[in-house]
Design a protein around this ligand. Structure first.
Ligand code: C2E
Ligand code: MG
Ligand code: MG
Ligand code: MG
Length: 282
């Protein structure tokens, strides 16, 4: 009887695993097709100077216009993509598309920074710096207007390769920042190991900074850490005016969040740039 039970459980788990694997395979095949059919799109979210409220940058955020599922957010496919080979093509597409957009905006007089999120595969081989060199020729732009956002898992995936990739990218003149700063396990030690240009304070500390004293203390510490190490700092996830004011009062000069604008398609972002010369009337 016990054996029957055990078999039943094993069958249950096998079936469940099979379902998961099938779902994942379906999605991986879907992702390959989506890349071929040009179903990915980049949205852009404004980054502003907290003092003047002027737009100083954009973060490129991928969306999937699925023919049946509609607009799919990155959380539903980036982890799958990163675990499979499709990540290579998708990540190249993201870098190229965001870069060309930044180059066009700069040529039109909007010299704003472009934040581009990286995937682990781009740091584990040397391909990104080769692509960067090619793009510097194909779509000229001041390289320090390109800002690659890396998370801790990308850096810790293969530390030796990551350090090499950082050195090569720095020689090209592009910027590199720590994304979601403070959420990982090794944040402080990787500040020392990986010489990047700046950090983005994670939304989880920013969102309740007004009401939660300990979050406020963490945010204040990260700002002074950045100051002391001569790193740029931007706060993510600012959703109201009071939080924006608080951040500014604590010495953070740049911000990003729904209060200033949600991620939107390129044409909509362009209209934002035109409005009052890129100043957000928030
Ligand atoms: P992230 O790089 O930390 O991007 C910020 C996320 O926070 C975005 O979610 C953005 O829409 C959201 N956000 C910004 N301001 C606010 C706010 O005020 N309130 C709230 N509730 N959310 C805010 P999104 O676009 O869903 O992206 C989620 C994550 O997916 C990104 O986190 C990034 O890790 C990843 N991702 C997005 N696009 C790409 C990409 O092109 N390549 C790679 N490798 N990863 C990407
Ligand atoms: Mg990011
Ligand atoms: Mg982030
Ligand atoms: Mg994040």
């Amino acid at each position: 009887l016990d054996k029957d039970k055990a078999d039943g459980a094993a069958n249950f788990y096998e079936a469940r695993d099979r379902a998961l694997v099938e779902k994942r395979l379906a999605t991986e095949a879907d992702l390959v097709r989506a890349l071929q059919n040009d179903e990915f799109e980049l949205f852009y979210q404004p980054q502003v100077c907290l003092d003047s409220k002027r737009i100083i940058g954009a973060e490129a955020l991928i969306r999937w216009r699925h023919p049946v599922r509609g607009l799919v957010p990155p959380i539903d496919f980036i982890p799958i993509a990163n675990a499979t080979a499709v990540s290579v093509g998708m990540s190249r597409w993201v870098v190229e598309t965001a870069w060309r957009q930044a180059s066009r905006w700069a040529a039109a007089g909007h010299e704003i920074r472009m934040g581009i999120n990286l995937s682990p595969c781009q740091f584990s081989d040397g391909s990104l710096s080769v692509q960067v060199e090619a793009l510097l020729h194909a779509a000229p732009i001041r390289p320090d207007l390109i800002e690659f956002e890396v998370t801790e898992d990308i850096l810790l995936d293969d530390e030796v390769q990551a350090k090499k990739a950082i050195e090569r990218l720095k020689r090209s003149g592009v910027r590199l920042v720590f994304d979601d700063f403070g959420t990982g396990f090794g944040s402080l030690s990787y500040l020392k190991s990986f010489p990047l240009h700046g950090l983005k304070i994670d939304r989880s500390f920013v969102k309740d900074a007004l009401s939660c004293e300990s979050d406020r203390t963490i945010v204040r510490s990260v700002i002074s850490l950045a100051e002391g190490l001569d790193l740029s700092v931007i706060a993510e996830g600012i959703e109201d005016a009071a939080t924006a004011d608080l951040l500014l009062a604590m010495g953070c000069r740049e911000g990003q969040g729904y209060f200033f604008g949600k991620p939107c398609p390129a044409d909509e972002f362009e209209r934002l740039l035109m409005t009052a010369a890129g100043s957000i009337a928030a």
